[in-house]
Every structure is written in C-alpha cells, then in structure tokens.
Design a protein around this ligand. Structure first.
Ligand code: AMP
Ligand code: GLY
Length: 423
C-alpha cells in the first residue's frame, strides 16, 4: 500500500517556490520538503540543508527523509548526475539522467541531437580555436556559444570581426568558462518563445506557452539577466499551436535520445525563435525555466504531483489525455537588487509584503532573514510577483500594483512585461 507522498524539491529560487506552491495545491496533500529552500519556501515546506551540487548528498538526503519523489529544480545537479544517484538508491526523480541532461550541459551535443532528429535550428559549426572560428563566420552579427554550462552568460552576440575575434580568444584561449569548444551560430531574428514539455522518456506533453524577458531594462535594453519577467500563455501559441510545436521539436528529440539508450524524463524546455521562416530552436534546457515556471504553474489545474510522478516513470504519461488550464493570463514581474546583473546587493530590508493582495503570488529567490528576523535581500533576483487576470492588461495591472507595494533599496524592475500583448 502506498504511504503518504513526501516530495523533496531541490533548489532555492523562485522557480522552486512556484513548484512547492503548485505541489501544495495537490488533492493528495503531499508532505513537502525543500533543500536548501529560502525564507519564502519555509512557509510551505520543511527546509533541509544540503549541498545541491553533490548528487550523492541529494540521494542520501532523499533516503534519510524517506522521500517518495525528488524534483530537481536547477540544471547543475542534473548535469552532475543527481538523477542517476537517485535512481541508484531507488527513489523516483523528476529530472533527467546526466547523459540526457547533456542537452543543456553541452551546446555542441544539443546541436548534434537536433541535427540527428531533424529539429529546426540555426545553422552552426563547432570550432576549437579562434582561427577556425573566424573562418567559419560568413556574416555579422554572429552568435558565439561556449560549449559548457555558463550560468546564462555563455552566449555572446558579436557585431563585427573585432568583437568576434576578441570573444573567441576569451573563450578558447582564455578558457573563460573552461570550455574547449565554441558553437558558432547563425544570428536569428524574431519573437522568442519558451515552450516546455513534460517527458516520460517516450512522450512529450506540452505545457502552456510562455515568454521570458531576458534583458535588464524596458524595451529589451541592457545586458542579459536570468529573466526579469514572463507571461503565459502567449496568445499566438494556443494549445493547438503548442501541440504542433511540441510534435516538431520536443518529440523528435525525445525519440532520438531514446534511440541512443538515454531516454529523457523530466521537463524539456525549448527556447525558440519564431522567425519569418518558421520556428527555430535556440537552446534546450533540462529543467523548468525561471521566471517562466512562476507564470505557467499558477494556471495549471491538473494535479502537478501526479504529473511529475508519472513523468518520473518510463511511459508514465501515456494515458494523460490533456492538461487542464485556467483561461486566465498570468504575468510575473521580477524584483531585482541594486547592481544586478553585474553584481547584486544584499542585506537591504524588504518591506510592504504584508500589504499585498493575497491573491497575488509572491515567490522568493534572493531573500534571507537577518539577525533580527527581518526579511532582507540576498542575491540578484529577489522576488517574483505573479498575478492572474482575465487578460494580459488585467494581470499586468494586478502584478504591478503588488510589485509597487514591495520596497527595498535599489529595487529594479521592468515596466513592460506583457505590455505588447495587453491591448
Ligand atoms: P541561449 O542560452 O542559447 O538561449 O541564448 C541566450 C539568448 O541569446 C537567447 O535567449 C537569445 O536571446 C540569444 N540568442 C541565442 N542564440 C541566438 C541566435 N542564434 N540568434 C539570435 N539570438 C540568439
Ligand atoms: N528563463 C530562462 C531560463 O530559465 O533559462
């Protein structure tokens, strides 16, 4: 007989907070644990101390806590083998093996899989030295991608030959991200779209579409960040369009990985560029997007716990017909600390949270308690504010009304999240 569900979520960001909140809505009332978590998550889950970079430590903690399911939030533990370590101790894991996580861990591997699977992506070549790189470039701008994990900083768009040469030197001679290979890729233009799919190794089941705002300032100006806001769904990509994209993008990748004996279980995140010539994959991630997760999950009416459990078993999603979504639009606004993304400020007192409408979802990322128990900033992205509304305009109004009540020194936010879709 199955005992109670005990779910351990690994991670400490707003994405993990959103996962915990969605799991807490499960009719099965699971017991929730989070490692290491943050002060916001502490309200909904018991926190467990853990070095999340260490797959064996994750497996040991899951065993010690008698977890029935582990949900790994960030990519690094998955690339390091958390899925394999959990498999080794017989605990269900939502998240791929290290072999399948290479889709995110290596840009060159990702390109190779897409080529083998016939998935549309930018034309590219893989180079090992700057000379070879310069020869591969036919026109500018050109996109240069460090091969390994680079915490979102490994993609450089070079405007001219001088910048390309300096970047290739930095990556391949200076070993900026410890990489030996660089993907030189055609520059694509269009709207970006995030389409995530739950995968059980065999079947890909698309989640609602979302858009992420990567630049720090309004109008997509300034440097790239981890993401300053998101909304879901994207009106042009309804359920039928998402299913079509999933059949052309996620499913062939799943089939190719299964064929190679490394089936993908977990969430497969495709970053797409909707070009004039059709959709092209920019990247795959092997985990939920942050802040996309915060906008997607609040609209999901199907039990997330059941879905994640199914996706952790080979073929487990086979008899899920469709996912049930709220018809509302969700808008997520990220509040970041002073200096982000180049630096981040910590120790600034956060106020105003208690005044926020309880229907608005606040998820914590870089927050901490100071010696006196006050909530303070502790990182670049501090909080995400998510509101639902009948349309994008209503969701935006509610999200910004809440965001404007929350204060801390040097607070940064974008004012244009979902603005284009809000008529
Ligand atoms: P990635 O980590 O590969 O998604 O790249 C980060 C960001 O760089 C993407 O979200 C895009 O904004 C941009 N980017 C990546 N590849 C391309 C490309 N081939 N053409 C234009 N922009 C790109
Ligand atoms: N929102 C982009 C990412 O999670 O990688």
């Amino acid at each position: 007989m199955a005992g109670p569900d005990r779910v351990l979520v690994v991670g400490a960001g707003a994405r993990e907070h959103a996962l915990i909140d969605a799991l807490a809505r499960s009719p099965r009332a699971p017991e929730l644990l989070c490692a290491p978590g943050n002060p916001g998550i502490a309200a909904a889950a018991r926190l467990v101390e853990l070095d999340v970079q260490d797959p064996e430590a994750i497996a040991a903690a899951a065993r010690a806590e008698d977890a029935t399911l582990v949900v790994v939030g960030p990519e690094a533990p998955l690339v390091a083998g958390a899925g394999d370590a959990l498999h080794g101790v017989g605990i269900a894991c939502f998240g791929p093996s290290a072999a399948a996580a290479r889709l995110e861990g290596s840009k060159a591997f990702c390109k190779e899989i897409m080529a083998a699977a016939g998935v549309p992506t930018a034309a590219y070549s893989v180079v090992r030295d700057p000379q070879q790189g310069m020869v591969a470039i036919e026109r500018y701008p050109i996109v240069l991608k460090a091969d390994g994990l680079a915490a979102g900083k490994g993609v450089i768009i070079a405007a001219d030959a001088a910048q390309a040469r300096a970047t290739l030197d930095d990556l391949l001679v200076g070993r900026r991200f410890g990489t030996e290979r660089v993907v030189v890729e055609e520059f694509l233009e269009g709207e970006e779209l995030s389409l995530l799919a739950l995968c059980d190794g065999e079947r890909a089941l698309p989640l609602a579409s979302a858009q992420d705002y990567k630049r720090i300032r309004d109008g997509d100006e300034g440097p790239n960040t981890g993401g300053m806001g998101s909304y879901s769904p994207v009106p042009a990509v309804d359920e039928a369009a998402a299913a079509e994209l999933c059949a052309a993008v996620h499913q062939p990748v799943l089939d190719e990985l299964a064929r190679r004996g490394t089936p993908f279980r977990g969430v497969l995140y495709a970053g797409l560029m909707m070009t004039a010539a059709g959709p092209r994959v920019l990247e795959f991630n092997v985990r939920f997007g942050d802040p996309e997760c915060q906008a997607i999950l609040p609209r999901l009416r199907t039990d997330l716990l059941d879905l994640l459990q199914r996706a952790s078993r080979p073929g487990g999603l086979a008899d899920v017909e469709r996912l049930d979504w709220s018809p509302e639009t969700a808008v997520t606004v990220v509040l970041a600390s002073a200096g982000y993304p180049d630096a981040s400020s910590s120790g600034d007192v956060i106020s105003g949270l208690e005044a926020v409408d309880p229907a608005v979802l606040i998820t914590h990322a870089g927050t901490a308690r100071d010696g006196a128990g006050a909530l303070v900033t502790a990182g670049g992205r501090v909080l995400s504010v998510t509101a639902l509304g009948d349309d994008a305009a209503a969701a935006r109004a509610a999200a910004y009304a809440a965001a404007d009540m929350i204060e801390f020194d040097g607070r940064q936010l974008r004012r244009d999240i979902a603005l284009r879709t809000a008529r």
